[in-house]
Design a protein around this ligand. Structure first.
Ligand code: MG
Ligand code: MG
Length: 263
């Protein structure tokens, strides 16, 4: 069931999204060669708690194997759900960050892919195009239109560049919980509700240099590309109103190593 949000509730989700953006603005400059990803997670946990929020990813999932961190850090061939560890970021790594905050019961969700040092031209192009796919999807998110218009827009841009689209994972409704209906796939598939004012959704293309096939590692979380090629991931939380669509999360324009391309 899709839970529509009223203006007051969207204001709460917007505040959560702005807080998440403020966190990312301080975090992204720290994503540099030599840093252990676990250090970044510790910093994120402290920052969110000090700001009065809760790290919403911490402890989600199966009770037997809850997610152990506040942020997902997925490097190179890792697509999503990379667990922070003693692994050090290297020059040329493609580092995707995905995080959410619970602020007074309102949930935000955003992912960005940061280039640590200098990545190859091929990898940079993947990152730029994945971010463009996100904005193409957002451009198709309008009250009165069908949801899978978003999926078609994302898919069309990725296929025009011959990239693989991850099909097993997708965007989602968000705001009261981290994952709500509807699913927002990155290719047209499944239910296709009409979008209306009060929709709050996370759009999140996961785009691969090779095929779209992925696998999950034995840790039960880390999703990697089946062919070991690079993957990029960008995500915004957006709200749809009767007469316009608003990106609630921060565009993070101008941050170092944060891709580029048209917004
Ligand atoms: Mg996310
Ligand atoms: Mg999400």
């Amino acid at each position: 069931m899709i839970r529509l949000k009223n203006e007051k509730q969207i204001a709460g989700i917007r505040a959560s999204c702005k807080l998440l953006g403020a966190m990312y603005r301080e975090l992204i400059p720290q994503v540099k060669p030599g840093v252990e990803t676990i250090e970044l997670d510790r910093w994120v946990q402290n920052w969110i708690k000090k700001a009065g929020g809760k790290p919403v990813f911490l402890g989600v999932g199966d009770r037997k194997n809850p997610y152990p961190a506040a942020i997902c850090i997925s490097i190179n061939n890792e697509v999503i759900h990379g667990i922070p560890s003693k692994r050090k970021i290297k020059n040329g790594d493609l580092v995707s960050l995905d995080c959410g905050i619970d602020l007074g019961g309102f949930i935000s969700d955003q992912a960005v892919t940061v280039e640590a040092g200098r990545v190859s031209d091929e990898v940079h192009a993947l990152n730029v195009t994945t971010r463009e796919c996100l904005y193409k999807g957002i451009g198709a998110a309008k009250a009165g239109d069908r949801l899978l218009q978003i999926s078609r827009a994302v898919q069309g841009h990725a296929l025009a560049h011959n990239y693989g689209i991850v099909r097993q994972w997708c965007g989602h409704g968000v705001g009261f919980d981290l994952h709500e209906d509807p699913q927002v796939p990155n290719y047209p598939h499944g239910p296709n509700p009409r979008m209306t004012g009060g929709f709050v959704i996370a759009i999140e293309p996961m785009i691969n240099l090779g095929t779209g096939d992925v696998e999950t590692l034995e840790d039960g979380w880390t999703v990697v590309t089946a062919d070991d090629k690079h993957s990029a991931h960008w995500e915004h939380t957006i709200a749809i109103f009767g007469d316009h669509t608003e990106i609630l999360t921060d565009a993070l324009e101008g941050l170092p190593g944060c891709g580029g391309g048209a917004a």
